[in-house]
Design a protein around this ligand. Structure first.
Ligand SMILES: NC(=O)c1ccc[n+]([C@@H]2O[C@H](COP(=O)([O-])OP(=O)(O)OC[C@H]3O[C@@H](n4cnc5c(N)ncnc54)[C@H](O)[C@@H]3O)[C@@H](O)[C@H]2O)c1
Length: 321
């Protein structure tokens, strides 16, 4: 576990960034969050307030509001940064299809600025949040890191491009960087545009769940604490400098199976409608996590049943407030 480090978390007000920050603060790390609080969805201020209030006098915590597309934001940072978790990005596959240029500029320019900064100040480790979407529709499963990359959305192309920049900085400047390909992350503080949060919200409010396609599409849903553990393990291991690693559960379930589990947990009758599949959605995500297991000791401890129960408990509390 990382302790007593100076850590930058870009996208710190986001879903994964806020959960990572909480664990890093619990372990006496000094955390500097950078986020532009973009308006893709609401609730980011609340996440930050939650974290701030649990840390007296905010002494281990700095929040910088700003856009990483401008390098100048990084000039505000203190010296002696040990580790950077670069999680800031415009997420959302479907959003990227409608806003291709914006997503491309945002994700690639902000990543190149972080890489330049890390090169200039020589950090101990830089972690880049990539995505399983770089693979596109798998030609075999489970998908290992060598699988061909056939991205089918501007978001996925932007992530693949950032990985290539990361690889370039590793080769040219020996920058200690690892790219992690996350598989559909869910859990407390989850993004409201993502399926599990959206579905529980509809279930709790007796709404109708809309499924795009026939519901047979498989997703390797990965609980947030598995991802946070994977991020920290990757930061601690120098044998993965210059590597790309899958972080998933390696246990895909279909959207139809997911829905059944969710209604069972909520103890409500099923209420679902099916509409046409959306562009950019892949048929299957199914990670091979052998490399991450072997190289950093990654084990996804929380399975889908436990993860869904924990997510439901959090969301129920939220809706009861
Ligand atoms: N959630 C998932 O299932 C998933 C899967 C694969 C990859 N990822 C990647 O993991 C990272 C975190 O995802 P998340 O689900 O927490 O998303 P999120 O949208 O909740 O968090 C991203 C944060 O980055 C900030 N941001 C975006 N552009 C910025 C910029 N130019 N400058 C400063 N801040 C900026 C946003 O305001 C947001 O708070 C992202 O890079 C995402 O692409 C997420």
């Amino acid at each position: 576990m990382l302790k007593n480090k100076n850590v930058v978390i870009t996208g710190g007000a986001g879903f994964i960034g806020s959960n990572l920050t909480e664990i890093l603060l619990e372990n006496n790390n000094f955390c500097i969050l950078i986020d532009n609080f973009n308006n893709y969805y609401s609730g980011k201020e609340k996440r930050i307030d939650e974290i701030l209030t649990s840390y007296e006098e905010n002494k281990d915590f700095i929040l910088i509001r700003g856009d990483l597309v401008n390098y100048s934001i990084l000039e505000e940072l203190i010296d002696n940064i040990d580790i950077i978790f670069h999680l800031a990005a415009q997420a959302g596959v479907r959003y990227s299809i409608e806003n291709a240029a914006e997503v491309t500029t945002n994700n690639i320019a902000s990543t190149v600025n972080i890489l330049e900064y890390a090169k200039n100040v020589r950090v101990e480790k830089l972690i880049f949040a990539s995505s399983s979407s770089v693979y596109g529709n798998p030609i075999y499963t489970p998908v290992d890191e060598e699988h061909p990359k056939n991205p089918i959305s501007p978001y996925a192309v932007s992530k693949l491009c950032c990985e290539q920049y990361a690889d370039y900085y590793f080769r040219e400047y020996n920058l200690p960087i690892t790219s992690l390909r996350f598989y559909t992350v869910y859990g407390p503080r989850g993004r409201p545009d993502m399926a599990i949060r959206k579905f529980f919200n509809l279930i709790l409010n007796d709404g109708v769940i809309t499924i795009y396609g026939d519901g047979k599409q498989l997703r390797d849903f990965t609980y947030i604490s598995n991802i946070v553990e994977g991020l920290i393990l990757a930061a601690e291991h120098h044998n993965v400098n210059g590597e790309m690693l899958n972080l998933g559960c390696s246990n895909p379930v279909s959207v139809n199976e997911l829905i059944v589990k969710m209604y069972e947990i909520a103890q409500k009758p099923k209420n679902v409608k099916y509409v046409e599949k959306k562009k950019g959605d892949v048929e299957v995500t199914y990670s091979d996590i052998t490399k991450a297991k072997k190289m950093i000791g990654y084990i996804p401890r929380i399975d889908i049943d436990e993860g869904l129960q924990k997510t439901f408990d959090w969301q129920k509390k939220l809706s009861d407030k």
